[in-house]
Design a protein around this ligand. Structure first.
Ligand code: ZN
Ligand code: ZN
Length: 336
């Protein structure tokens, strides 16, 4: 039976992040620690300078690429495999967020906590789907934890982009994407919907695309924008970090039509502020429907919410008969 006071004695919030005392490790620590368990490679979860890092081999490769010698001594753990750290058993299971993303399943003396990191529930061709784990405490983010956030199906958003290419065949379609995860997912979704032409890219995006391909995610032909004449980019898809639209680099594009792929594109005002002509609501985070469906699936004894729109989700959990509380962890900002 769940005893919250005992639980909080073995897993607690510290200034460096969530700390598991009987295992002597931190999960996604915000400053360097002797032993870290890292859920995935995004910068607010994976940071340099730890002595030892336990994660999936994909996440470790992403950290190695980003931090080089500062990535920490790697300890790979495959999905589903369990390992003992001190008196605790740790298992990693897919979170469906980006390549290598995992939930950390932590068992100690008959109690189980699941730290989900970031996750989503819809199909993503670049990573295995989220697997619900029964547990006493489920720790979730709530980036899109408001009922107004309901992301439309990805297929429709990709259709919008393909339709725009037909309507404006003389304009380069510049799609702003986050370099890790969103970029490769947008490419994979385009390929799945039959887009076989080369996709042109900003130089900053190649390294992680190559890493994805090394792990078996096929992305099709990708070309550097600066290697081709401007005229060749008319009616083509160009991917770049969201900030690139306002940089001198963008002068290489003929009459660019600016799109952006992000869950925040659901908010019209945000799209307008950023000068986005074609907002594409494609998110790597669970929307309200996915968050509440996940609580239903996991049926935790208790829900802890790390960051985001915590209050609405805590209220909703209460309506579902689940005790919930805000951890108010700092240092997490969503990469979208
Ligand atoms: Zn993330
Ligand atoms: Zn995050």
């Amino acid at each position: 039976m769940l005893n919250p006071s005992s639980l909080q004695s073995w897993l607690r919030v510290t200034p460096k992040g969530l700390y598991c005392e009987p295992g002597d490790f931190f999960i996604d620590p915000r400053s360097p620690v002797p032993r870290a368990v890292v859920t995935h490679g995004h910068g607010d979860h994976a940071r340099p300078g730890n002595d030892h890092v336990l994660a999936t081999k994909e996440t470790l490769a992403i950290m190695r690429q980003r931090f080089a010698d500062d990535a920490g001594a790697p300890q790979p753990l495959p999905y589903g495999g369990a390992i003992a750290l001190g008196d605790v058993s740790v298992k990693l299971v897919p979170a469906g967020h980006i390549l290598g993303s995992a939930q950390a399943v932590i068992d100690y003396r008959g109690e189980r906590v699941v730290v989900s990191g970031d996750y989503k529930r819809r199909v993503d061709p670049t990573c295995p789907p989220f697997e619900p784990q029964p547990c006493d405490v489920f720790i979730t983010e709530a980036t899109f934890g408001l009922p107004v956030f309901r992301h439309p199906p990805d297929t429709g958003e990709i259709d919008k982009l393909m339709h725009s290419l037909q309507l404006f065949p003389d304009r380069a379609h510049l799609v702003g994407v986050y370099a890790l995860g969103k970029c490769q997912r947008v490419i994979a979704l385009l390929r799945r919907q039959g887009y076989e032409q080369p996709i042109y890219m900003h130089g900053a995006l190649f390294g992680l695309c190559q890493l994805y391909e090394r792990f078996g995610v096929a992305l099709g032909p990708l070309l550097p924008v600066l290697d081709v004449p401007k005229e060749e980019l008319r009616g083509k898809i160009v991917l770049a970090p969201p900030s690139a639209a306002n940089e001198p680099w963008a002068r290489h594009l003929p009459d660019p039509l600016v799109a952006q792929a992000s869950g925040w594109m659901r908010v019209r005002q945000r799209a307008k502020q950023r000068g986005v002509e074609l907002p594409l609501v494609i998110s790597d985070h669970a929307d309200w429907t996915e968050l509440t469906a996940t609580i239903e699936d996991v049926k935790p004894g208790e829900l802890w919410v790390t960051h985001g729109a915590e209050e609405a989700l805590i209220h909703q959990a209460g309506k579902m008969g689940i005790r919930a509380r805000a951890l108010s962890l700092s240092g997490f900002e969503d990469e979208e």
